[in-house]
Design a protein around this ligand. Structure first.
Ligand code: PLP
Length: 242
């Protein structure tokens, strides 16, 4: 069938989002929470402006995540972002910090003390405070971004002294696991660390977000305490990288 209406060609997006919301509802109630306690982020890397705007205007998406500074900045002016929160979720090179500050509402991918320091320093120069999440390499995998667990605990004090960032929580991408049991162990330990740190009273920490769970594992993540799931391909279909 050939159709010119955006509703017609993007109908699958609203079907996908409806399905995901019902799955979130289900997982939330299993963990004693309500669907309103869990935020659904639409991950928009490689996705067209038209498809993203459809999700925003017709499916109630109010939070998007992009991986790359350049891609986000090139799409941004064409997106209907008035009531939408924008987060950077991909690795941020220090030489791109100045370009992205003030353009997004949160940087979820703060993966080193050095990057946190630069974000704070540049935010300070711009007279702003930047909300961030600390990305944890929960499986201590080589060649993966994020703080290793030991590095994370060693860096907390230094991060807590940075004046122009506000640390809102933690983010992770767990290792690819053979079994759900193994995967759930990673989510469970993230949840444990999150609550440990939430209880400490660092000045610039204001823990309210545990960001974990993607297309293949958001239900398990929610059951283990996630309150922000980052879903890309389950909403928009498989990504085509150019
Ligand atoms: C791409 C990406 C996602 C979404 O992945 P899907 O499996 O397509 O849902 C989530 N988080 C991060 C950090 C990503 O880079």
């Amino acid at each position: 069938m050939i159709t010119n209406s955006s509703e017609g060609s993007f109908g699958f997006i609203s079907d996908n989002i409806k399905y995901i919301r019902s799955e979130i509802d289900d997982a939330a109630s299993k963990s004693g929470r309500s669907v309103d306690d869990i935020r659904l982020m639409a991950v928009t890397k490689t996705v067209s402006v038209e498809a993203i705007n459809f999700a925003i205007e017709h499916c109630g998406i109010d939070l998007i995540g992009e991986n790359k500074v350049q891609e986000f900045l090139s799409k941004k002016d064409l997106l209907k972002l008035d009531n939408v929160e924008k987060h950077l979720i991909g690795h941020l090179q220090t030489n791109k910090v100045r370009k992205i500050l003030g353009q997004v509402d949160m940087i979820q991918s703060v993966d080193s003390l050095h990057l946190a320091q630069i974000i704070s320093k540049e935010s300070d120069k711009m007279g702003i405070s930047t909300d961030v999440l600390l990305e944890i390499n929960i499986g201590d995998e080589e060649n993966k971004t994020g703080f290793d667990k030991s590095e994370f605990f060693e860096s907390l004090c230094a991060i807590s002294e940075l004046p122009s960032i506000r640390v809102k929580g933690m983010m992770t991408i767990p290792p690819i696991c053979d079994s759900n049991l193994q995967l759930e162990k990673y989510f469970a330990s993230m949840n444990e660390y999150y609550h440990q740190i939430k209880e400490k009273s660092f000045d610039n920490f204001d823990f309210e977000i545990l960001s974990m769970g993607m297309s293949g594992d958001y239900k398990e993540a929610i059951i283990h305490g996630s309150n922000l799931v980052r879903v890309g391909s389950a909403i928009f279909g498989a990504r085509i990288y150019k």
